[in-house]
Ligand binder design. Structure first.
Ligand code: PMP
Length: 372
């Protein structure tokens, strides 16, 4: 059975070029970048050039990039690290459609006296900027942080970082964005958008799992999550994961050469064809990442749809909220004010490797499953 992989928002296969690059730092130049001998020096150089490449993509300075194990850790570092440093400010604003790695930290912080303000989104999944603006107008002196996901992992909808950044700047409030789903896919300039913290992850763009970074605007103070050998400007102690970091930078280079237009065409074709068979596309079709489709079918079970497709070799994600493997879809439906029960939803997230033939095969199989 041929595998048809439509779950690129969950993770992506490693690019061959990335594997080659990583091998070098696993088997030849394997030195610890803190060692002063020549092997250590080679690793240090590889680390520095990866940092420079990744920083450039965001219009950031290399010293503003701190390597982490991925976006989960980066989100934790931004929110927890800042809360440990800035003890007085107890209000955190997030969107109502954050990833669990943001909203679960915030839920935890409630135990320590933090008030978490969830900014609503409209029925298309787009943030209510008026709510943000008027809240900041009244409360900015008590606000620790505004944390807004750039591209939502379930719906693929995209928020306007520039407008959010302007509001945060006007009220002198730090701004964090979780860009795990958008880094490299959508151009972001951290200075233009007045971003203080940005989280990114390698495995969403053909890099290895377990590698990511956080951009931290220079002169921003925060405490680390853990203590040790002072690596990464003392913000992320532990020997740097050089092969994966080098792999991340290589993935950036390879990903930038891919053609998002052809992926978008396939996505738009899916929108049309899924609607023809009774599917309802969730989230804005315009303010959306080029590779995401999130669709609901009434009176169907999400897990059933995912598993039935899986039996045919097709990998998609569930849009339901019934297990720990989902990525917070339940919250998303609540945020969109979708009250219908028995709504079977699936997320299809494409890559440049997918073809129209695969999409047609999927549509055919889905039609059969929906009839059964
Ligand atoms: N944020 C978002 C929006 C994501 O999609 C993901 C991955 N599902 C994460 C954070 C977590 O990233 P990582 O796997 O690198 O920890």
């Amino acid at each position: 059975m041929k595998t048809i992989y439509f779950d690129n928002a969950a993770t992506t296969p490693l690019y061959k070029e990335v594997e080659e690059e990583m091998k070098k730092y696993l088997f030849e130049d394997y030195g610890n970048p803190s060692s002063i001998h020549f092997l250590g020096e080679r690793s240090r150089k590889a680390l520095d050039s990866s940092r420079t490449l990744l920083a450039r993509e965001l219009g950031a300075k290399p010293h503003e990039i701190i390597f982490t194990s991925g976006a989960t850790e980066s989100n934790n570092l931004a929110i927890q690290g800042l809360s440990r440093f800035e003890r007085g400010k107890k209000k955190i604003l997030i969107s109502s459609i954050e990833h669990p790695s943001v909203y679960n930290i915030c839920n935890f912080l409630k135990k320590y006296g933090y008030e978490i303000i969830s900014i609503p989104v409209n029925s298309e999944g787009i943030l209510d900027l008026n709510f943000l603006s008027s809240f900041l107008q009244k409360n900015s002196s008590q606000v620790l942080l505004v944390s807004i996901i750039h591209v939502n992992n379930v719906l693929g909808v995209c928020q306007d970082l520039k407008k959010i950044g302007e509001l945060c700047k006007k009220h002198s409030v730090p701004f964090h964005t979780d860009a795990a789903q958008s880094f490299v896919k959508i151009k972001i300039n951290v200075r233009d958008c007045n971003i203080t913290f940005l989280s990114a992850s390698a495995h969403k763009i053909g890099g290895p799992k377990g590698a990511g970074f956080i951009y931290i605007k220079e002169k921003t103070d925060l405490f680390p999550l853990f203590f040790g050998g002072h690596q990464e400007k003392n913000l992320r102690s532990g020997t740097e994961n050089v092969p994966s970091i080098v792999g991340f930078a290589k993935a950036l280079e390879v990903f930038k050469k891919t053609n998002s237009n052809s992926v978008q065409k396939l996505r738009d074709y899916l929108f049309k064809e899924l609607e023809k068979i009774g599917g309802k596309i969730n989230g804005s079709k315009e303010k959306r990442i080029f590779n995401n489709v999130h669709v609901s079918f009434p009176n169907k079970d999400s897990e059933y749809l995912v598993l039935a497709l899986s039996e045919k070799g097709i990998c998609v994600s569930s849009g339901s909220a019934c297990d720990t493997r989902n990525e917070g879809e339940d919250n998303i439906f609540k945020a969109l004010n979708i009250k219908e029960k028995n709504l079977g939803s699936i997320r299809i997230s494409l890559s440049e490797k997918n073809t129209k033939k695969e999409v047609d095969f999927f549509l055919n199989e889905l039609k059969k499953i929906l009839r059964s």
